[in-house]
Design a protein around this ligand. Structure first.
Ligand code: CA
Length: 164
């Protein structure tokens, strides 16, 4: 299990996939390698109890580490899932590979943030209303930490230079 932790105890974590591929290949019925590649299909079957059937999956957990709670259902397949957010500073992630030929490849962005009704204090107020550390503004990777792009915007309040 991988645990991600926000730097400040009052912050929460937001995990956004940018690329997502988690599944297992079912057993192929033919024997030649070339044919296997074409007949093998992902095991991604709809079932309320186990939506990932017998294939590989990722499961998110809300903290604390001593008493983790599952956050959402197991996730698998080829579609980028909606962002996951923790209720506290800890966000856990567990990868389970099962079935034949697990395929796991994903790319994600993780941001610590806080929700404040009034002032964001020392944090930047995103257009969406969440507060993120100023260090995440106008970063060189053009990373969308706000979730609405406002931390990388060339317009105020971010006013990034050389960005979209
Ligand atoms: Ca950013």
């Amino acid at each position: 299990m991988l645990w991600l932790h926000a730097a400040a105890p009052e912050d929460r974590m937001r995990f956004q996939f940018r690329f997502f591929l988690v599944y297992s290949l079912s057993s192929a019925t033919r024997t030649t390698a070339a044919t296997q590649a074409t007949v093998a299909t992902p095991i991604v079957k709809a079932s309320s109890r186990d939506p990932c059937a017998k294939g590989s999956y990722l499961q998110f957990y809300d903290g604390p580490q001593e008493a983790p709670r599952a956050l959402g259902p197991p996730i698998c397949g080829l579609t980028i899932p909606a962002p996951f957010t923790s209720s506290g500073p800890w966000l856990g992630l567990r990868l389970v590979t099962r079935g034949r030929q697990p395929r796991v490849d994903f790319l994600s962005e993780v941001t610590s943030f806080r929700l404040e009704d009034g002032s964001c204090g020392t944090y930047f107020r995103c257009r969406s209303g969440i507060c993120v550390p100023w260090s995440l503004l106008c970063d060189d990777w053009n990373m969308d930490n706000c979730g609405d792009g406002s931390d990388q915007d060339s317009r105020p309040p971010a006013s990034c230079r050389g960005q979209r």
